[in-house]
Design a protein around this ligand. Sequence first.
Ligand SMILES: [Zn+2]
Ligand SMILES: [Zn+2]
Length: 309
Amino acid sequence: MPVKTTLSTKASSINRALDEIGDKWCLLILQEVFWGINTFNEMLAGTGASRGVLSNRLSWLESMGYLRKDIIAKGQKRPTYHMTKKSIELYRNGLMAMVWERKYFTTPDLDSVELIHDRCGKAFWPMMECSHCNQSVLSTDVSFHKGPGAKNDTRITKTRRRSSNLSASEDRGKTLYNNLINLLGDRWTANIIALAFHGFNRFDDFHTELPVATNILADRLKLLVNEGIFYQQPYQVSPLRYDYHLTDKGRDLFPYFVTLMAWGDKWCTTEDGNPILLKHISCGADLNAEVRCDQCGEGLIATEVHFKR
Ligand SMILES: [Zn+2]
Ligand SMILES: [Zn+2]
């Protein structure tokens, strides 16, 4: 029997979203579906999951409304899985993941893939802009404020999902942002980075905000330093203590978290409203970040984008 624990943490749409999909396998499956892969066997090959794990996560994603399973048609051995409105809207987050991945990792096979925006017919690159002033959104130009839903979330969590790190040597041809998933497919790691964007940078602060064991927290912070997401800076000499700051590579994850938060505000909401409000400092408006085509400037929708090799 899984151990049930009750947690009370500050309400956060990112945290709520990660409760549902902050698992390596779920993220990998969604990545496959975004790419247009929709059969069990193709996902098996693409994700590297075992049959049992894949079935388990597909059922989970289906029950949570991320995937729609198509009834088996004549002559079709296995069902197909398709995006729903909920996962279609998460696609923007997937695009931001891809932008980060391409900036920091070179995958020749992948780098040759073009994204085509069907609406304008052009090869494009996604960009995140403020819908009010149409300027690109920098992490240093956004402030955080308490929203009406800035309360505590109490929830029952089960330690039911464990996932090992993906082996870097495993070759999966059709993956768009495996390195990002490898990093953020662990809930604690993702939550620590999200807190860093809120200005938290000390071990004790992270520990106060997250119901995580100290050894796990120490391990994740070390990982984030090794991966070049955080750098350490001494803030006390005796005894020597360090705090953690986002590097450029870490800061560049901002669009990923902003789109995840906006999505969580819509799909993982409660009647209290949004826990956190963002403001675009340079224009003064509440931030509504849109993911747009750099060719025509239109907002990108999953069903209007395809990949060309
Ligand atoms: Zn603006
Ligand atoms: Zn376009």
